[in-house]
Design a protein around this ligand. Structure first.
Ligand code: ZN
Ligand code: ZN
Length: 254
C-alpha cells in the first residue's frame, strides 16, 4: 500500500494543506484541501473516499472534487462514512445552499457521488484493502481507520482526543505497523485541546503508554504556527517512540 500525504495540516497557509491521504492512486482517506493539488486525471482515477468525520478541513475537497469530475467519470465516486457523517454532509454541505447535491446530479439515476454507510468495528473491503473503522472522541461523531494491505497494518486516528475507545480499538488489532495520529496543539493549549477534542504532545505520550503495539508513528494535524512548539514537546513526550512529523508530499509504504 502506497500512501501519499496530500495534506496533513490542521489549517491552511503557504505549503499547508488540510487532511487528505491518497492510497494506491485510487482511494482517498479524507478530502481536505490537499486534494487541490491533484490533476483532473489523478482525480478521475479515484474510485472511493473514506471520511473520518464531517468537519470542513476533512470534507471540503469532496465538494470541489465532485464539481471537477462532473462529466468526466461514468461511474459514481463512492463515499464511505458513518451515518452521522453522511447525514451532516447531506444537511449542511450538499444541500443546494452551500453546494449542489451531487448525489442527485446529473440525475438521481446516475449520481456523481454515492454514500455508503460504515458501521464502526464491522470490517469491509475497499480497493482491495481490508478496512475497519473505529470510534474515537471528537466534537462531532468521528472514526479512525485501520487498513490492512496483507503486508502491513496502517491505522489513522482521524481527529480525536484521548479516549478508551481509541486505545481499545488499536489494541484489538492483531498487528499495527504504522500509526498516523493527530496532535493539534502544544501542551500550553491543553485546555483548548480538551475543549476542541484534540491531542497535545504529553497527553498523547501518556495515552500511547497504554498501547500494546510499537508502531512507527506519523504525527499529523498540527495547527499552523504552533508546529515548532509541538515538535519541541514531542522530543520529550514521545522519546520512547520512532516518530516523525508528517509533511505534505510524504510517501508511506505499508
Ligand atoms: Zn475535526
Ligand atoms: Zn481536523
Amino acid at each position: 500500500m502506497r500512501i501519499k500525504v496530500l495534506g496533513c495540516s490542521g489549517g491552511v497557509g503557504p505549503d499547508l494543506r488540510t487532511t487528505s491521504l491518497l492510497i494506491n492512486d485510487e482511494l482517498l482517506v479524507d478530502a481536505g484541501t490537499g486534494i487541490g493539488d491533484l490533476t483532473l486525471d489523478q482525480m478521475s482515477r479515484i474510485t472511493d473516499v473514506l471520511l473520518t468525520h464531517s468537519h470542513l478541513d476533512h470534507v471540503c475537497g469532496l465538494a470541489f472534487m465532485a464539481d471537477n469530475l462532473f462529466g468526466l467519470i461514468d461511474r459514481p465516486l463512492r463515499v464511505h462514512a458513518t451515518a452521522a457523517t453522511i447525514d451532516a454532509l447531506r444537511r449542511h454541505l450538499f444541500n443546494w445552499v452551500i453546494w449542489p447535491d451531487f448525489s442527485q446530479l446529473p440525475d438521481a439515476e446516475h449520481p456523481l457521488i454515492t454514500f455508503h454507510e460504515i458501521t464502526p468495528d464491522v470490517p469491509f473491503t475497499v480497493c482491495g484493502l481490508a478496512v475497519v473503522g473505529f470510534t474515537v472522541l471528537h466534537t462531532v461523531p468521528a472514526i479512525g481507520y485501520a487498513l490492512d494491505s496483507g503486508e502491513g497494518v496502517f491505522a489513522f486516528s482521524g481527529d480525536t482526543y484521548a479516549c478508551e475507545a481509541l486505545l481499545s480499538a488499536l489494541n484489538k488489532l492483531p498487528r499495527l505497523d504504522r500509526l498516523m495520529i493527530e496532535v493539534a496543539f502544544p501542551d500550553e493549549d491543553a485546555a483548548l485541546g480538551e475543549l476542541s477534542r484534540h491531542f497535545t504532545p504529553h497527553l498523547l505520550g501518556a495515552e500511547l503508554r497504554k498501547l500494546r503495539h510499537r508502531p512507527q508513528l506519523f504525527l499529523t494535524h498540527h495547527k499552523p504556527g504552533v508546529e515548532p512548539a509541538i515538535q519541541r514537546e514531542c522530543v520529550d513526550a514521545l522519546a520512547a517512540w520512532d516518530y516523525s512529523h508528517l509533511k505534505r508530499g510524504d510517501i508511506i509504504l505499508s
